[in-house]
Write a protein that binds this ligand. Structure first.
Ligand code: IPM
Ligand code: MG
Length: 378
């Protein structure tokens, strides 16, 4: 099959991890007989420097016209002035909103060889395997009014947390459906004791539960969730929550996996892609590691590309319908970790510490040596 992928490497370590991801993707194509047509465009701070905008309409169009977007990271101290009119982050927010990618899936798995890479006790980490479903196009990030202005008594600013029933329903349903395919447990995280949006969220979760009788639904307040995710992480299966809550909680749970450099994400919407007859359903999506641009280590060949490899695995699964290839990429990551290869962020005293490029070399080599495809498809 042929696939069209827009590649937006962005700033900081973005270009370094994406470069290795693209090598791995090419190796997948060569091994399994697929053509991934990758087209790159500039976004984030790099685009601001060039054009004054974090993303331009042609880039949005390029993304919208393909099967998937592979995204690196945006931002850096150079563009961090709080008074600046444009910010690198505008690029990713515009992509999410314009491409209607309302469901952000962040799987969190603790890889056995990394049990000691986390500051959390290994005994608490055993069996951790959850997916956080973060609402991505509404909530506090996008509600209006959203502004800052001067008054006679100094500055004022406002952000708005607003949700409509359709927005809440569609993300809750993503959570319920995911849970159906897993351990059948859904934790809906809200702040229903204080916020009206939290009460709407909880009410709709309760009402929708009737459609999914096989899923055990529980509600948890976001502050309690912040504690429980660290205290007893293995009890969670699927977690579904508001945009900002999901942003905060997923940085927290990255600690379980040993590093931000380990967590991938998929942002999906309603748009399905033409499938192969009898083949799996395919969805348009954007895939990105959840770590940021890490300006402190940018350009030093130190960044961990594994979250990008795992994001590619999600891209292959959801947007290409290539389950076998997706599992092979995940297997490659497991294999490298088992063999003791580590970038600095997850290194232990006895690790074989490698750089970003070397991890890419190792991944490509492991992929080439992976079990040969049963029936190469075209
Ligand atoms: C994330 C990031 C982004 C967010 C930033 C870069 C806009 O923190 O994907 O979690 O806040 O959503
Ligand atoms: Mg974040």
């Amino acid at each position: 099959m042929e696939y069209k992928i827009a590649v937006l490497a962005g700033d900081g370590i973005g270009p370094e991890v994406i470069a290795q991801g693209l090598r791995l993707l090419e190796a997948v194509g060569a091994r399994y007989g697929h053509h991934f047509h990758c087209q790159a465009a500039t976004v984030g701070g790099a685009a601001i420097d060039l054009t004054g905008r974090a993303i331009d309409p042609a880039t949005l169009e390029l993304c919208a016209s393909g099967d998937a977007v592979l995204f690196g990271a945006v931002g850096g101290p150079k563009w961090d002035d709080p008074k600046a009119r444009v910010r690198p982050e505008d690029a990713i927010l515009a992509l999410r909103k314009e491409l209607k990618l309302y469901a952000n899936l962040r799987p969190v798995k603790v890889h056995a060889p990394l049990l000691d890479a986390s500051p959390i006790k290994a005994e608490r980490l055993k069996g951790v395997d959850m997916v956080v479903v973060r609402e991505l196009t509404g909530g506090l990030y996008f509600g209006k009014p959203k502004k800052r202005w001067q008054t006679s008594r100094g500055w004022r600013a406002v952000d708005t947390l607003a949700y409509s029933q359709p927005e809440v329903d569609r993300i809750l349903r993503v959570g319920f459906r995911l849970a159906q395919g897993r351990r059948k447990k859904l934790t809906s995280v809200d702040k229903a004791n204080i916020l009206e949006t939290g009460r709407l969220w909880r009410q709709r979760a309760q009402e929708l539960a009737a459609e999914f009788p096989d899923v055990a639904l529980e509600h948890m307040l976001v502050d309690t969730a912040a504690m429980q995710l660290i205290r007893e992480p293995a009890r969670f299966d699927v977690v579904v929550t508001e945009n900002t809550f999901g942003d905060i909680l997923t940085d927290e749970v990255a600690v379980l996996a040993g590093s931000m450099g380990m967590l991938p994400s998929a942002s999906l919407g309603a748009r399905s892609l033409p499938g192969v007859e009898g083949g799996p359903k395919r969805l348009f999506g954007l895939y990105e590691p959840i770590h940021g641009s890490a300006p402190d280590i940018a350009g030093q060949n130190k960044a961990n590309p594994l979250a990008t490899f795992l994001s590619l695995a999600l891209l292959l699964r959801y947007s290409c319908g290539l389950e076998v290839e997706s599992a092979v990429v995940e297997g490659v990551v497991e294999e490298l970790l088992r063999a003791g290869y580590r970038t600095g962020d997850i290194a232990a005293p006895d690790s074989r510490v490698v750089g970003t490029r070397e991890m890419g070399d190792l991944a490509v080599r492991a992929l080439k040596a992976s079990p040969s495809p049963v029936t190469p498809r075209d």
